[in-house]
Design a protein around this ligand. Structure first.
Ligand code: 2AL
Length: 173
C-alpha cells in the first residue's frame, strides 16, 4: 500500500489496518485518521507522535501498560499479537534458556513493581544480550525518565510496524 492508498481508506479500514501500530491502542490510529491527507509515511508517524506527546502522563503510562512483557505470560500462552510475537521471536525471547527466562521474569517484575508500568523496548532493534543489559540498567532510573524512555521505544516499535504496512519511496516521503 502506498500513501495515496492510505489516504483513501475509510476510518473503519484505517483502524483495522493500523490499529496495532501502537500495541493494543487502536485509539491512536482512530485519532490520527482525521489528520489525513498524509503527505508521506513520515507524516503518519509524526501525527502519531504528536498524539502520544499530547497525552497526560497517565495516558502515556496507559500506553506502556498495553504492552506485553518480553518473554512473559502472553508469549508462553500464545496470546501475543502477531506483531509482538514476531518481534519477540526475532530477539530470541521465545528461545531463552531456563536461567535466562527466570532472570528476565524477575527483572520484569522488579521493573513493574518499581514503576507501575512494564519495561518496553523495541525488540527488533535489540538482541537478547542488549535487552537483558538494558532491563537491568533501566531499573535504576527515575520514574519520569523511564516513562519518557518507554514512550521513545513505543515510537520506534510503531515506526517499524508502519514500515511493514506502507511502501516508502526513494525520497523518504
Ligand atoms: C515489546 C513487544 O511486544 N514488541 C517489542 O518490540 N517490545 N514488548 C515490550 N515489553 O517491550
Amino acid at each position: 500500500m502506498d500513501i495515496d492508498a492510505v489516504n483513501a481508506l475509510p476510518y473503519e479500514e484505517f483502524v483495522n489496518i493500523f490499529g496495532n501500530v501502537v500495541e493494543k491502542c487502536p485509539i491512536v490510529a482512530a485519532a490520527v485518521w482525521s489528520r489525513r491527507p498524509f503527505e508521506s509515511l513520515t507524516a503518519v508517524e509524526a501525527a502519531i507522535s504528536d498524539f502520544i506527546d499530547a497525552l497526560p502522563e497517565s495516558g502515556k503510562e496507559g500506553i506502556l501498560r498495553c504492552h506485553p512483557d518480553l518473554a512473559g505470560r502472553d508469549l508462553q500462552s500464545g496470546t501475543l499479537t502477531r506483531e509482538s510475537r514476531e518481534e519477540q521471536a526475532g530477539a530470541g525471547m521465545d528461545a531463552l534458556s531456563s536461567p535466562e527466562a527466570s532472570r528476565i521474569a524477575r527483572l520484569n517484575d522488579d521493573y513493574k513493581e518499581r514503576f507501575g508500568f512494564p519495561f518496553v523496548i523495541c525488540a527488533r532493534m535489540n538482541d537478547k544480550a542488549s535487552i537483558l543489559l538494558q532491563l537491568s540498567e533501566r531499573c535504576q532510573n527515575e520514574r519520569a525518565v523511564e516513562r519518557a524512555r518507554g514512550i521513545e521505544e513505543v515510537k520506534k516499535i510503531c515506526r517499524l510496524r508502519l514500515q511493514g504496512l506502507v511502501l516508502t519511496d526513494a525520497t523518504n516521503k
